[in-house]
Write a protein that binds this ligand. Sequence first.
Ligand SMILES: [Cu+2]
Length: 340
Amino acid sequence: MERRGFLKAGAAGFASLMTGTGLLSWSPRSEAATINKTFYITAGTQTMPDGVSVYVKGFSDSAADLNVPATPIICQEGDTLQITVINRLAVTHNFVIGGLKAGDPPLASTGDIPGGGSGTLTYTIPTGKAGSYLFYDNKTSYNVFLGLHGGLAIMPAGKTDQMYSGSPTFKKQLFWVFNDIDPELNRAVQQGTSIPSSFTPRYFTINGLTSLPPGAPGHGDVTQDALYDPRTRLSGVVGYRTLIRMLSAGMCSHAVHTHGNHMEWLTDRGTVRPSIWQKDTIQLRNKLGKIDAIFPFEMPPDAYPPVTKGHYVMHMHDEMSQTAGGGLYQFGAMTEIEFK
Ligand SMILES: [Cu+2]
């Protein structure tokens, strides 16, 4: 058992990772800065929508928190990241920033952090690295699935509204970090038994939460319901073009689908697409897949008579990801899109 620092994630734990509206806020600087951040590796349980308690680990903001995913980091090219990770658990962990493109080695790593110890990563970001990154633990092949992951946004130097130099512009940005949970794996890690050789996902999360449809306990609670979580929900008036940085921490490939508008598909696995397709459904690949897309918040073209307000949904077209516990429908990775 990994008892040290054992916590219960819930409203309090998850609430602590919400910052303001939940959007990434960014003001560019003419000079590079050093970004100091400390994460605490903590563990505990999270209750799934069917009542099952699942063991999770996170890169948390304090020793008393359990944040899954971690609070995101935003910075710009030229900045120096100085990230200290304090391991509150008994087993060795690490912290790496994944590569920009599929197959790239990690940008940087703390190296091994023994139980009870700490490690620091210092990395000055060169020009050309603007993009969306998953930071995670790659000490084992499965630590990332337990919740040890988060998003890093690197902005092009001096830019407020482009994700790479010359990209279409946006007004707001946020992360959708997806994970797939096989409770058998989490239980094996908790109990120190052998790691299962197969992976059967039973829960699918977006920024650590699932949707809780009307009538379900927790529906509408911004700390519990992915439909309402301000870190996740798309909310804006017509013209509030929103960049969505989508990262896959999990084992499953997903088909992200938005109602209301098509998305402008900018990148796949760190590579800028040769042309920008407007798509309502985009594949997010498994095993560290990532895509960046802009939800344009245009007047929904299919509505007649024309509308400027309304509620739509992002759900995924791989049906299993919309369930919990092997079939409990609409308790999965989805969120709301609100035209205000
Ligand atoms: Cu649909």
